[in-house]
Every structure is written in structure tokens, then in C-alpha cells.
Design a protein around this ligand. Structure first.
Ligand code: NIG
Ligand code: FE
Length: 407
């Protein structure tokens, strides 16, 4: 006997094969032990609903999609950067603000002052907004501690947040995010600290499942990033790269070279980089919130990514400096409007491809038997409405691990 049977729903399964949404009209979805036990047209159920499940729930004809996966966030931080944003409105650039000691380093100052519990508490309302908008799995990066204790503290805060909200948090160590002030004259010293102490410590404590690096002229060189990525692989961690956001620094090629799960941003990635991603099956994660808020002009090479068959995901990049965005559906609308993703590409980008970008496609990202029962019900006529309405609010219900959640 199943635990629950949802009936009177229309489902975009995102399962491969068939139409791009995997649309099933007049569908039913059964949950057992937090997983999808059965999904298909209600007319083909193996019996009368009441005989099959302990509880039968009517979905009111709503559209169900896989729970959304936000595969790139910097959700845990102290303070905010509203002042940076105002300075940018007056003509200052992201790079100039960073070089003048603002930017990421100013968030580091506010973050170092707080305990893991305080950081988790500060992040809680932001996380709740994400979840209310349909997110059922969220990646969270460190990167505002920039020393061993500070980075581990951020990862600890991310873990607490996941426990508090009973949501899957995928923790990523992003120690090569900015050079901390105390290493201003010793770049190699910081990279050594990260590779020799921090990565092993995070892996040993199981506080991170992946290592990310910011490969950029204002951050770290390819060689510095490669050193950290090598250490990550040596310690059994997955890798990913903030690649080619502000210039073509070969970040995508670096990501591919290390078999990264994803290369993120990729605005300046050229055809060679795109081909390298395709060859390794690395996902390109598009981050339209940062593109918008930084008033960038260079769009990611979506036509090339499409032509080479590189999977595309979209994420909020929720962070205080460049993308204070707590709605993945809004990020999706921005990606569709600014980067020209089709509706079908867009829905896949925040579900199936985002799960792929986290290495979690076996358990999430599509609605198929055996996967986690993570799904959302939307007040939509058609899946193309996801990422059409600009702003959150259309998510009627979120089911995580088979349990309906309130936020
Ligand atoms: O993804 N690019 C680097 N990291 C963030 C920005 C973080 C910040 O400015 O605080 C990003 O856009
Ligand atoms: Fe980022």
C-alpha cells in the first residue's frame, strides 16, 4: 500500500524521451517512503485510488513539476552589499569596488563576526523564500570566511540550515573566492593553506561534497585554481568552477580538464571552451541575476552551448554582491528574457540539468519511479508559464521527500 496518491494533476515529468516537458495529462503520482512509487495517466492505475494508498489527495487539476534545484548559491553570509549596488548605480565597477576593499572582502568582514548559529539564523529568511518558490534542493557555497576556521564555520552554518528546514543542502567549499587581506602579499601562501589544510579538513569532517574556485582576473589564476581542484579530487570531492564571468580566462576549459560537474557564469566562454565542456559532459550553469545586477553586456554563448549539446542549468547565484535574488523562478524568467532560453530548456535548467550539475540526477530532477518525491504544484495552465511570470508566488504547494511543506 502506498503512503499517498496524488490524483487530478497534470505532470511535467522532465523524463528523457518523448515531448520535452514529459507532459502527462490526467496524471496520478504515488509516494511510498518518501520516493515516487508510481507515476502515469490515472486511467492506468492498477486499481481504485482508495484501495492503493492510505491517503488520496486531489491536486485540483494543477500542474506538477519536479522540485526545483538551485545549484549555485552563496546563501550564507553576514551583512549585505546594498551600498556596493548604490555605488555601481553611480558608475563604479564591480572590479573597482572589489579592488578598493569593498566587494567580497567587505562581506568577509561581516561574516567573520558571526557564529555558525548566527549565520544560519541570518540566512534562514532567505532560505525560506527560496523554498516557498519551489526549491527542494539547494547548493550552498562558503567563500566569505577565507581562513580555515571561517570557511568551516560557513559550511557548518549551511549544514545547520539544512537540518533546521529539513531540506537537502549540498555544501561546497569556495575558499578560492577572493584573496583575504592578510595574504595580500602572499598569494601562494593562501593557495597552499587552502590546498594543504582547508580542503583536507573539509573533506575529513564531511562538511563539503565539492570544491569551487573563482577563476578570474580579479580572483585567482588558472594555475592557482588548478592546484585547489587537484587537491579536491585527491580528497574525493567533486569540483566546479566560476568560469569566464568577466573575461575569457579559460575557466570553462579548466573546468572540463578537471571533469568538473559544472562551469558557472560562462559569459565570456568561447567555442573552444564550449567544445571542451561538451566533451566532458560538464554542465554550463547560467546565472542571469548577476548578469542583470552587474549590468553586463556579454551574454553567455547559448547558441554555441545548444549546438554542442552542453547541458544548461540556471541558478539564482543568491549572494549579497551581485545577485541578491531569492527566487529561482525569477532567475529563470531572467534567463529566458536575457539569454533566450526556450521554455522547455528553461524548465529543464532548473530541474533536470540543475540536478545533473550537482551530480544528483540519479535521485532528483525528474519525476520518475524510484526518485525522491520532490515536486511542486503550480497555478499554471502550461509549463511554459514557469519563468514567464516575473517574480515568485505561483507555487501552490511544495512536497519534499513525500511530505507537503509550509514555509
Ligand atoms: O557568483 N563571482 C563570484 N562570486 C559571486 C559574487 C560574490 C560576491 O560578490 O559576494 C558570483 O557572482
Ligand atoms: Fe557565484
Amino acid at each position: 500500500m502506498w503512503d499517498e496518491l496524488w490524483t487530478d494533476i497534470r505532470v511535467a515529468t522532465l523524463a528523457p524521451g518523448g515531448d520535452p516537458y514529459g507532459l502527462v495529462e490526467g496524471a496520478a503520482l504515488a509516494v511510498a517512503d518518501g520516493r515516487i512509487a508510481w507515476i502515469g495517466p490515472a486511467g492506468t492505475l492498477p486499481g481504485a485510488p482508495e484501495t492503493l494508498a492510505r491517503r488520496v489527495i486531489g491536486g485540483g487539476g494543477r500542474l506538477a513539476t519536479p522540485g526545483l534545484v538551485d545549484c549555485h548559491t552563496h546563501l550564507v553570509f553576514g551583512g549585505n552589499r546594498a551600498l556596493d549596488f548604490d555605488l555601481r548605480a553611480q558608475g563604479a565597477t564591480y572590479a573597482a569596488i572589489a579592488q578598493a576593499g569593498g566587494g567580497i572582502r567587505s562581506t568577509v568582514g561581516h561574516t567573520r563576526d558571526l557564529s555558525a548559529a548566527e549565520l544560519a539564523a541570518a540566512a534562514l529568511p532567505r532560505a525560506r523564500r527560496l523554498l516557498a518558490d519551489g526549491v527542494t534542493t539547494v547548493e550552498i557555497k562558503s567563500g566569505y570566511g577565507l581562513d580555515v576556521a571561517g570557511e568551516l564555520k560557513l559550511l557548518e552554518a549551511a549544514r545547520r540550515l539544512g537540518t533546521e528546514l529539513d531540506v537537502e543542502v549540498v555544501p561546497t567549499l569556495l575558499a578560492l573566492h577572493a584573496l583575504p587581506a592578510e595574504f595580500a602579499h602572499d598569494r601562494a601562501g593562501y593557495v597552499d593553506l587552502v590546498t594543504r589544510e582547508l580542503i583536507p579538513a573539509a573533506a575529513k569532517a564531511k562538511l563539503a561534497v565539492a570544491v569551487d574556485v573563482f577563476c578570474e582576473t580579479i580572483a585567482f589564476t588558472r594555475e592557482e585554481c588548478a592546484q585547489a581542484l587537484r587537491a579536491a579530487l585527491d580528497h574525493g570531492l567533486a569540483v566546479k568552477v566560476h568560469a569566464d564571468q568577466l573575461s575569457d580566462g579559460g575557466g570553462a576549459a579548466l573546468a572540463a580538464e578537471f571533469g568538473a560537474l559544472s562551469a558557472d557564469h560562462v559569459e565570456y566562454t568561447g567555442e573552444a571552451g564550449v567544445a571542451a565542456l561538451a566533451a566532458r559532459g560538464t554542465v554550463a550553469v547560467l546565472l542571469p541575476g548577476a548578469f542583470l545586477m552587474l549590468a553586463e553586456k556579454q551574454r553567455p554563448p547559448v547558441a554555441l552551448l545548444r549546438a554542442h549539446g552542453v547541458p544548461m542549468a540556471v541558478a539564482t547565484d543568491l549572494n549579497p554582491g551581485t545577485s541578491p535574488c531569492t527566487s529561482l523562478t525569477t532567475a529563470l524568467a531572467l534567463a529566458r528574457a536575457q539569454f533566450g532560453l526556450t521554455a522547455a530548456e528553461g524548465l529543464a535548467a532548473v530541474t533536470r540539468e540543475a540536478a545533473r550539475a550537482l551530480g544528483l540526477l540519479a535521485s532528483r530532477g525528474t519525476l520518475e519511479p524510484g526518485k525522491r518525491a520532490d515536486f511542486c504544484l503550480w497555478d499554471f495552465e502550461h509549463p511554459r508559464e514557469l519563468g514567464y511570470w516575473l517574480g515568485p508566488g505561483a507555487c501552490h504547494a511544495v512536497v519534499r521527500g513525500g511530505v507537503r511543506r509550509d514555509h
